[in-house]
Write a protein that binds this ligand. Structure first.
Ligand SMILES: Cc1cc2nc3c(=O)[nH]c(=O)nc-3n(C[C@H](O)[C@H](O)[C@H](O)COP(=O)(O)O)c2cc1C
Length: 228
């Protein structure tokens, strides 16, 4: 049975609209065959000259638990190691959107802007992967830069949309790149691979209030100009 074009569009719209960053997961693991299929589909992402520069490490089970155990303490002790500079100093409308996103997330959990301890506690959940049973760490060969990072971004969106289509959830996390050396050490990866970011994924815990957030978007004309 093949779908009509309008059914395909409807399914696609549903996948795009349903993908969102989920920050609370169930303890269930994904079937290994399904997991493989998901990553085969993600691999269909386009890349400059089809170079496919993404180096993807999908981590579950024991190595993931090792990281989950060690990352929070690593951060608290200030042992952060980052391969790519991180300067989240936004200005103008970008700053407004950043503040708005934080407000939306914390207010969905009834956390006040002034409650720094509660906000810090939520932030720290990044380092236990929000309870997810799987994380994909996305690396680049160390002599690559901005151009190849574009390809990895495309790969990441392909992966997250595929997960959504399979009924699963994900959260892309720059914060996981703060532990580049530790991730390399636990996964026995050498320094020729640089960590861009990670994506926690699995089954959404719909009971967790952190998942009540539905981030909006600006008007189309704020970002997109049609030259006709
Ligand atoms: C490259 C990238 C890095 C991100 N890093 C984090 C992160 O470290 N922690 C987090 O909770 N969310 C992170 N996010 C999720 C964004 O906050 C989220 O995509 C944005 O607010 C829009 O919400 P939505 O994904 O639910 O549509 C990241 C998103 C991207 C694309």
């Amino acid at each position: 049975m093949s779908l009509t074009r309008s059914e395909i569009v409807q399914c696609f719209e549903e996948v795009v609209m349903n993908r969102r960053s989920v920050r609370g997961f169930k303890p269930d693991r994904i079937d290994p065959e399904v997991l493989t299929r998901i990553f085969e589909l993600a691999q269909r992402a386009p890349s400059n000259c089809n170079t496919q520069p993404w180096q993807v490490h999908v981590v579950s089970g024991e190595p993931l638990e090792k990281l989950r155990q060690a990352m929070p303490a690593n951060f608290i002790q200030g042992k952060v190691t980052i391969d790519y500079p991180y300067e989240p100093k936004y200005h103008g409308v970008y700053k407004d959107r950043q503040y708005d996103a934080a407000d939306q997330m914390y207010s969905s959990m009834n956390i006040e802007r002034s409650d720094k301890d509660a906000r810090a506690e939520v932030f720290m959940r990044n380092f236990t992967f929000f309870g997810a049973q799987h994380v994909a760490f996305l690396f680049l060969p160390d002599d690559f830069g901005l151009r190849e990072a574009i390809d990895v971004g495309m790969y990441a969106q392909n992966l997250m949309l595929t997960l959504t289509a399979f009924g699963m959830a994900s959260c892309p996390q720059t914060s996981l790149s703060f532990h580049a050396d530790m991730v390399r050490e636990v996964l026995e990866i050498d320094l020729s691979s640089k960590l861009l970011f990670g994506i926690s994924f699995g089954y959404e815990n719909t009971e967790d209030p952190i998942n009540n957030t539905r981030m909006g978007r600006g008007e189309l004309n704020e970002t997109t100009v049609f030259h006709r």
